[in-house]
Design a protein around this ligand. Sequence first.
Ligand code: ATP
Length: 588
Amino acid sequence: MEYSILAESFKKMESTRKRLELTQFLVELFEKTPHEVISKITYLLQGKLRPDFEGIEIGIAEKLAIKAISKSSGIAIKKIEEEYVKGGDLGHAAAIILEQKTQTTFLMENITVERVYETLFKIAKLEGSGSQDMKIKYISSLLNDANPLEASFILKILLGTLRLGVAENTVMDALAIAYSGSKENRKILENAYNVSSDLGKVAETIATKGIEGIEKFQIKLFSPIRPMLADRVKSEKEVIEKMGKEFAIEYKLDGERVQIHIENEKIELFSRSLEKISNYYPDIIEKIPKIIQAENAILEAEIVAINENTGAFLPFQELMHRRRKYKIEKAVSEYPITVNFFDILYCNGKNCTELSYSERRSKLENIVKENEFAKYIPMIKAKNENEIAEFFENSINAGSEGLMLKMLDKPYQAGSRGSHWLKLKREYRNELGDSLDLVVIGGFFGKGRRTGSYGTLLLATYDENTDTFPSICKVGTGFTDESLDQLYQILNPKITIKKNPRINSEMEPEIWFEPELVIEIIASEITLSPIHRAARDEIRKDAGLALRFPKFTGKIRVEKIAEDASTNEEVISLYKGQNKSAHNKNLM
Ligand code: ATP
């Protein structure tokens, strides 16, 4: 397939933010796409080469891209940099530069999607000495044969700045229309995506096997399943109202969620955001296969740091020490853990997600042999508020965050947050009703004791509709010397000279960061704000929402990506909830 078709399509998509138009452009693109390249096109659309869980990163540095543009065009690096500074987008700058190319290639070939994809793949795989030069060579060879529009999109993919605004759901709408004639079939596609986390595979299946193929889509070992999530509730009373009849209650442990895929001796661990985390937990890799009594299985558990002497649960932050590349053995012995199982999604070649909670829990207990290292999460069945309150207390005393409440007769709903699982946390009883997970977008240097660190951070929510990060508050409290230090180390590599275009902030920090790191914040109240951009115009025209007295809880949410941060909708619902309770108080 000619790459120009894709580049033209990208250009059209970039020109709109309207979902219906985007869907239409995608349908037109899919209709021109041969089946052999549909998966590649689907990954490229999202600026990727493979599904996220395979961990293939394309990202090249701007400097390297500039060198490649210079090599291909014969134009000086300085001139390219000037063009870049003028427009703020290197892909766009490359298009302008290549228009003025001084070196002409006489034998320009048409480039194909296959060639672009294979070359990008080779670039992503290169490492070690000499790899920089090879990368420049590969990029400039593509640019030599590309027209300016094609070149600009090749660079955007390479730099990770392709932002077409196509959410997964929009891609699935378009696939359903293009290959089954009806958007209604999106739901069936969603099921396939939820159990595979691989949109390219879903696209290929519907293109080659139609909707019937999608209906038969199977869970595959070592392809992670998108996790089921819980709705929050504020009180025992609300739990009873929502559950209606007897339900299961489990401790909500304060650790890291892990999805364990295992077949004989092969084992792989995936985080909540479906990143491979096997390297951080060699103890799990070694010990878990010995206690699983099945040929293969997909299990879910919470990894919790423990005090070695007492066995007590320690807070989530302790697990941070495991997130390192080197000297992992030392971290394993210094920061011991337990693995606490709570679900089973696949067993002996069979899908278990369609079984009820009760059936899954008993299967889990049949298959996992408990020992000191691996346990089942504590669970009871309950019907009334008193039982919840008592178990809640036990859970908090054991060092947990609260409770998870699960309907006994319901299946595992991959990839959805719904009312079949509820969560009741300790801080839901505080002033705001919940903590928020916010993205760090900017920093202000510390003064006095905090010199050499970022004393204050600028934070944002995630706006799903526009795929941007609007500011919501500055936070300067709740930091310890240790956490300031840790944040400084983590944030430094994320510094950018220019504000990332996805950041929506009127407030100018001293330093901008790439919107990647998520931290947990509590606050006393949500107020209307003329400065901050979160949920702007939603409650009142020209006003956004801001947090009052925000405080860092000490939790750096390494297991969350920026798009998992609290959304504008969540903040709006907390804002409305808080006003309702204030109203009720006034009435009393
Ligand atoms: P939170 O910010 O509360 O951790 P979340 O957005 O990560 O929430 P939720 O569905 O809201 O996800 O809460 C479930 C999370 O709680 C899981 O991701 C998991 O890490 C953790 N957890 C602890 N104990 C349990 C349990 N018994 N069952 C399911 N999840 C549990």
